[in-house]
Design a protein around this ligand. Structure first.
Ligand code: SER
Length: 320
């Protein structure tokens, strides 16, 4: 029997849905408490405990901590890049105050570990864009990126000053078939597969040559869980680790889809998200993650495309 009890905050999101399933597989359904600002439904709600929690509501958070006495928290609730640009004040408040509440709880209650995701959005227009190093100029110009960079500094500070064992990854765009992304600049790389199967064509909100780092969900889950399970002394970075999977442009992902759906067509209508993408890296140097806790991705672009299309077809055929 696992002695760990894990609270996930933001279990209804793209990453939360899938992490919940993986963590329940490892630690047991009853030991992973899913929570989200909206009532959860589907497998996350059915396979184990679930609660409604707005992380800005400190009293409700305290109630849940008292009730379940978690040993670990995965704090995933945030506004992503595109949504936060539309509502900067809420982006700042949710992304920062939410993290403060979690780090304070970890300190006061001596939690064993905290996981908090950062992002490639911490980088900015003066960051080297190719093989972006772990340590370099960081001048994010989106609210999301600013909160993630400030959050990284806070995490490191709480580790140094208060001994909170907090761990983090700077995720690139995450791509998966089980759950929908919510308000990111990299979301096109999920939607494109759905549209390819439904309509055989896709209009992309980024230009054809916009190269961004991406990670397939099975790799993202493996990275997260390996980081969290690594012995504390191996974790040398307490802000957040660069982690890379693959990098591609909309044109290249379209070409990988054409291997499978030869008539697939893509057109381009860049919007405000182009400006966000233009400030982010094209590729990431993840040497520290590889060295400290043995990170290595398994999927490349074509491997991911083949797997995505196979699973999405399977899901579609089960629906009819
Ligand atoms: N996928 C995220 C976004 O586009 C990046 O962390 O906002």
């Amino acid at each position: 029997m696992s002695t760990e009890r894990i609270l996930i905050i933001g279990s209804g999101g793209q990453l939360g849905t899938e992490l919940c399933e993986s963590l329940r597989g490892i630690y047991g359904d009853a030991n992973v408490i899913a929570s989200d600002v909206r009532p959860l439904s589907g497998s996350v709600a059915e396979s184990g405990p679930s609660e409604v929690l707005d992380i800005l509501d400190k009293n409700r958070f305290t109630e849940i901590l008292d009730q379940y006495k978690p040993t670990q928290i995965y704090h995933l609730a945030a506004l992503l890049s595109a949504t936060a640009e539309k509502n900067p004040k809420l982006g700042w408040t949710l992304n920062m105050d939410g993290l403060f509440h979690v780090l304070d709880a970890a300190k006061e209650r001596n939690l064993a570990k905290v996981y908090w995701p950062s992002s490639i959005a911490v980088f900015g227009p003066n960051t080297p864009r190719v093989q972006t190093p772990q340590h370099c100029v960081m001048d994010p110009n989106t609210i999301y990126g600013i909160t993630k960079l400030a959050g990284e500094r806070y995490c490191e500070y709480y580790f140094e000053k208060h001994g909170v064992d907090v761990r983090s990854i700077r995720y690139p765009g995450l791509i998966g078939y089980k759950s929908a992304p919510g308000g990111g600049t990299t979301d096109y790389a999920v939607d494109i597969y759905h549209q390819a199967l439904e309509h055989g064509k896709y209009e992309c909100f980024l230009s054809s040559e916009t190269e961004l780092p991406m990670l397939y969900m099975p790799d993202a889950l493996r990275a997260t869980i390996s980081l969290m399970e690594a012995p504390a002394e191996q974790i040398q970075i307490r802000s957040s680790y660069n982690v890379a999977g693959m990098s591609f442009t909309p044109e290249q992902i379209a070409a990988s889809i054409r291997h499978d759906i030869p008539g697939f067509e893509i057109s381009y209508a860049p919007d405000y998200r182009q400006h966000i993408a233009d400030s982010w890296p094209k590729s990431i140097d993840d040497g520290k993650a590889r060295m400290d806790w043995g990170w290595k991705p398994e999927y490349d672009l074509q491997g991911m495309t083949d797997d995505m299309l196979m699973h999405l077809r399977e899901m579609k055929s089960q629906k009819v």
